[in-house]
Design a binder for this molecule. Structure first.
Ligand SMILES: NC(=[NH2+])NCCC[C@H](N)C(=O)O
Length: 385
């Protein structure tokens, strides 16, 4: 009898610890996937010197959602430690992506444009189709809402060509047709390399950097301020988290409650603590975060539909987001299926589950656009002699 009870206990213990290990592993995978998730988009923006494919509203909601997420995780003791670390991580990475987006859309090309207006009016003419121009205009409206500066003509710099010849346009378009690529980058870079005027382009960048106008500097310095404040805020937050994890500081009882609560999924057993005011505020923030995150995907989906393509957007970011969210859900569910434990995590589960579906939809958009583009390229309307 005693042996059986012992066996039963050890089995229970074994399975619960296995569950914890699997849950923790999934959580770690999720963290790793999220660490790299936004890197492909950072690279795409960097190579294109543009963030045109990315909806700024989407990014903005991500940052707001991240802040709610962070606060929610801090205040809701039943969330996993990995959830909290991820919340910190998300915020830092997305602020980096947001900074890059604003830089390319409002500073980098602003420099070109001012230089362009004063010296070489035709240099950044764009060779996209009429349809693309219309779509891009809509997109630039979105960006222009964020800027009090002049409207950008084209965030994707077309290689310097003081006088655009029919041949050069043929070359650019043909390259895109041949490569069947969704990103204009390939075409632009190719043409830029081949262009004898590319050194002129670089000269312009150099001199433009020196002669920044007042609005650009203003945007840059406010951006520096925001980044610094975010950084200081993150450090402050991490310090306060550290203090919170130490159970014997200032308010021992409360500290221990929150500490044990956060460790709940790792400890197991019946340690579920009563939800206090912090817990319900955490849950409220968690739901706010869920609506913001889920709502944030819609502008991106709409932008893709309006543009009729997903150029400048990196599908890997959405693939990683899908994987990150799926493993995130897994890490919570594997840990426990008891309603008492799922309930406080519900906002995070609904958010991640919903985002998996929305990201799957965005990936389907990529496939759809690729399919249509390959159909269109079958016409081969242009050929290089
Ligand atoms: N900035 C971030 N990557 N935040 C993470 C967002 C997580 C959220 N579930 C989403 O996919 O939207």
């Amino acid at each position: 009898m005693t042996m059986r009870a012992l066996e039963g206990f050890s089995l229970y213990h074994m399975s619960s610890s296995t569950r914890e290990t699997v849950s923790y592993t999934l959580g770690v995978i999720s963290v790793i996937v999220w660490v790299v998730a936004e890197i492909p988009q950072l690279i795409t923006n960097y190579t294109a010197k543009s963030a045109k494919g990315l909806s700024l509203t989407f990014l903005f909601t991500w940052i707001i959602g991240d802040i709610f997420n962070l606060l929610g995780c801090i205040l809701e003791p039943a969330t996993l430690p990995t959830q909290l670390y991820m919340a910190v991580l998300y915020t830092i990475i997305t602020v980096a992506l947001g900074s890059q987006t604003i830089y390319y859309e409002h500073i980098y090309h602003g420099q070109y444009k001012r230089q362009d207006e004063s010296e070489t009016p035709a240099i950044f003419e764009r060779s996209d189709s009429v349809e693309e121009k219309a779509n891009d205009a809509e997109q630039s409206d979105e960006y222009d809402d964020f800027s009090d500066g002049p409207k950008m003509s084209s965030p994707i710099p077309f290689p310097g060509q003081p006088q655009r010849t029919p041949n050069s346009e043929l070359f650019y378009q043909s390259a895109r047709y041949l490569s069947k690529s969704f990103t204009p980058t390939a075409g632009s870079v190719l043409a830029q390399r081949a262009s004898p005027t590319s050194s002129l382009h670089e000269d312009l960048l150099g001199s433009a950097a020196i002669r920044q106008s007042a609005p650009a500097i203003k945007i840059k310095s406010s951006f520096c301020l925001v980044s610094t404040l975010t950084f200081l805020g993150a450090i402050n937050l991490l310090q306060s988290l550290d203090r919170r994890v130490d159970p014997l500081i200032s308010n021992p009882r409360q500290q221990i409650v929150i500490y044990v609560g956060r460790k709940l999924f790792q400890v197991g057993g019946e340690q579920m603590l009563e939800e206090g005011a912090a817990g319900s505020l955490g849950t409220f923030l968690g739901w706010a975060m869920t609506f913001i995150y889920l709502g944030g995907r819609l502008p991106q989906i709409c932008l893709n539909i309006r543009r009729g393509h997903a150029e400048g957007l990196n599908p890997l970011m959405f693939l990683f987001a899908l994987m990150g969210n799926a493993t995130y859900v897994g890490s919570i569910l594997v840990s426990s299926l008891e309603w008492s434990r799922i309930k406080p995590n519900l906002p995070w589960l609904v958010d991640a589950g919903g985002c998996v579906l929305l990201d799957a939809f965005i990936l389907l958009q990529f496939m759809y656009f690729r399919f249509w583009s390959s159909l269109r390229s079958d016409y081969k309307p242009l050929a290089i002699a």
